[in-house]
Design a protein around this ligand. Sequence first.
Ligand SMILES: Nc1ncnc2c1ncn2[C@@H]1O[C@H](COP(=O)(O)OP(=O)(O)OP(=O)(O)O)[C@@H](O)[C@H]1O
Length: 355
Amino acid sequence: MLEAIELGKSFEVPVAKNGPLRSVRTLFSRQKRTVVAVERLNFSVERGEFVGYIGPNGAGKSTTIKMLCGILHPSSGRVRVMGCDPQKERTQVVRSLGVVFGQRTQLWWDLPLRDSYDILAAIFRMDRKEKLRQLGKLNEVLGLSEFWDTPVRKLSLGQRMRGDLAAALLHDPELLVLDEPTIGMDVAAKREIRRHLRTLNRDFGKTVLLTTHDMDDIEQLCRRVMVINRGGLIYDGGIAELRERIGLPTVIRVTYRNGYTLPDGIAAAGRDAPGTAEAEYGGRGTGGGIAAIASAERTGLPFRLLEAGSSEVAVSCNRQETTAMDVLRELERWGEIGDVKMEEPDFEDVIHRIY
Ligand SMILES: Nc1ncnc2c1ncn2[C@@H]1O[C@H](COP(=O)(O)OP(=O)(O)OP(=O)(O)O)[C@@H](O)[C@H]1O
């Protein structure tokens, strides 16, 4: 459906000059340098997928999207949208592709929202019946009718994004490319946009490629994530696998019904631990909220004891090395477990490690 094959894009930019009238002299400089924005990029996205495309600032995401839309021409390799070349078969590509840039709008700023759809329908040569049918469908998902007589400039950011999504989907493309669709929105508006995107993918069968710096967008919407850095893909796979591969610890918190007894080995390891010399161990439910008291190496157990409160124990484990079930089996020996909470590593921390 969407394919990049050895895709590359470089820009020739003037070499920066120093001294007076610096910017003017740079602009007219004959000396050029090459900026490699994207290099030997390979991926394919299949029908029905919801794929996150992420990377730090300047990684090459927008450049890739512009090549997919035919706005930029690749310097090397090729890109295919539904088997078509966006440069040579522009009309077919435009028909199968809807694009939303969160920082810009394709709606007419001073006109009521519905007028933008009239103009877009005319551009796509849709007849009135087809336009109304498509708008009716989109209205059901995006709830546009409550504000489609309002000029676009008066819409909230969330409403405008709903309007922009409808504009991108008016001609019923199979593929939706989104560049920062939730940028600048408050929590409630983000949640709403994510709900709509989920519906569009799940119930309307749209294939979605999503670029964002919001890791909650990625975690909540995408099954697969592609990570680009310095123009090349450094990861392409599932989110759970990425977490596992990076191997940040998972914290498991257990509350015991009637206190607990630390095994001798752990109590001893904790007693010797730096900074915890005054802590008391070894009794039932020792209390006091003791931090970082026994590492896995010192106890021989497949986890690290982080806290031991009066009835609560927190441990951290590496899911590459052990399973949560193994950890719980061990913790069950210490007392009767009443409640368990798992804290997965923050996805933002996982991504920070990979960039
Ligand atoms: N038109 C251009 N002329 C020169 N250099 C460019 C041009 N467009 C992009 N670049 C450079 O290419 C690299 C990739 O930029 P791109 O905008 O694709 O990154 P990005 O991942 O979208 O970043 P961001 O998250 O900040 O939007 C950057 O070094 C950028 O300066």
